[in-house]
Design a protein around this ligand. Structure first.
Ligand code: HEM
Length: 306
């Protein structure tokens, strides 16, 4: 289990997930009691499986919330990410931002199996991802909230969309912000949602350019604190094994190593302005969570991967 996160981590996790609480609040189609009569125990079923998964994999919470994000950014939160390759489907799992990177699919399958055995054909895989994200955060020492539910599952995937829409660690804040803007989110949302990088891990290959030859300068990224730089260089030697993992936020005093913006400082400023901050975020985030999902049928798959 992750210990309760202190200082800046608390700011970030609280901020993100307060946002998640208000995510689709303006959309009447989603609500926290969507399965109250059809699958009243769905939250505890999800939570129990996530809890079991934590026992053997302390990273699983981070991996599960990332699945929700990578699902939502491509055609909305419709579980398209979970579909495997088939004769008619080019899986999003194999898109560059996901392959050899996203993980936790087996846990999602276990959750789906457990939910199906209690409530067959009722709960969508997209809602399972939303519930698993919430459970992951609360069990990792972050806040909890009532996930808003009622999403439907897509029957198709969009691998090309996953390649083009998901942000890359090699692009600057302008491009990243543009990708958020494309799904109705703004700069504030980039900052707030990047707070998810207060847990989880990243492979050296995805950030070691910042440790040795940042933007072709032949030197490390000057914004990385020198002690932290030394630590990261030890974990990720130049030309070493790119799949070695580093904690995204090892000390909680550092902003995420993944994007260069000073997320920690900025989030503190934002969180002191909650009156304007939260209402500003509610609308765009509601767009993200519902985009292009509502028209897809059927509402849930028997297996999440097919
Ligand atoms: C803002 C643009 C973002 C970029 C460029 C980015 C990029 C990345 C990269 C490169 C990794 C490491 C993957 C690996 O090593 O295989 C990562 C991990 C992670 N990302 Fe992001 N990300 C972004 C936004 C987000 C958002 C919005 C969330 C969730 C709300 C999120 C949640 C996570 C988590 C939890 C991990 C760790 C996953 C694990 O340990 O399995 N990221 N991200």
């Amino acid at each position: 289990m992750f210990p309760p996160p202190p200082t800046c981590t608390t700011f970030l996790l609280v901020t993100i997930f307060l946002l998640a609480m208000i995510l689709p609040s303006s959309n009447a189609q989603l609500n926290s009691t969507f399965y109250a009569t059809t699958c009243p125990n769905v939250s505890s079923i999800v939570s129990n499986i996530v809890q079991q998964a934590f026992l053997s994999d302390p990273r699983i919470g981070a991996s599960l919330i990332r699945l929700h994000f990578h699902d939502c950014f491509v055609n909305g939160c419709d579980a398209s990410l979970l579909l495997d390759n088939s004769s008619s489907i080019l899986s999003e799992k194999l898109a560059a931002p996901n392959v050899n990177s996203t993980r936790g699919f087996d846990v999602v399958d276990n959750i789906k199996t457990a939910v199906e055995s209690s409530c067959p054909g009722v709960v969508s895989c997209a809602d399972i991802l939303a519930l698993a994200a919430e459970s992951s955060v609360s069990q990792s020492g972050g806040p909890s909230w009532s996930a808003l539910l009622g999403r439907r599952d897509s029957l198709t995937a969009n691998q090309a969309g996953a390649n083009s829409s998901l942000p890359s660690p090699f692009e600057g804040l302008t491009n990243i912000t543009a990708k958020f803007t494309a799904v109705g989110l703004n700069t504030n949302d980039v900052v707030a949602l990047s707070g998810a990088h207060t847990f989880g891990r990243a492979q050296c290959r995805l950030f070691s350019n910042r440790l040795y030859n940042f933007s072709g300068t032949g030197s490390p990224d000057p914004t990385i604190n020198s002690t932290y730089l030394t630590t990261l260089q030890q974990i990720c030697p130049q030309n070493g094994n790119g799949s070695v993992l580093a904690n995204l936020d090892p000390t909680t005093q550092m902003p995420s190593i993944i994007i260069t913006s000073p997320t920690c400082k900025t989030i503190k400023v934002f969180s002191n302005q909650t009156k304007s901050y939260f209402p500003q975020l509610a609308l765009p985030q509601s767009l993200l969570s519902t985009a292009s999902v509502a028209t897809k049928l059927p509402s849930s798959r028997v297996l999440c991967s097919r």
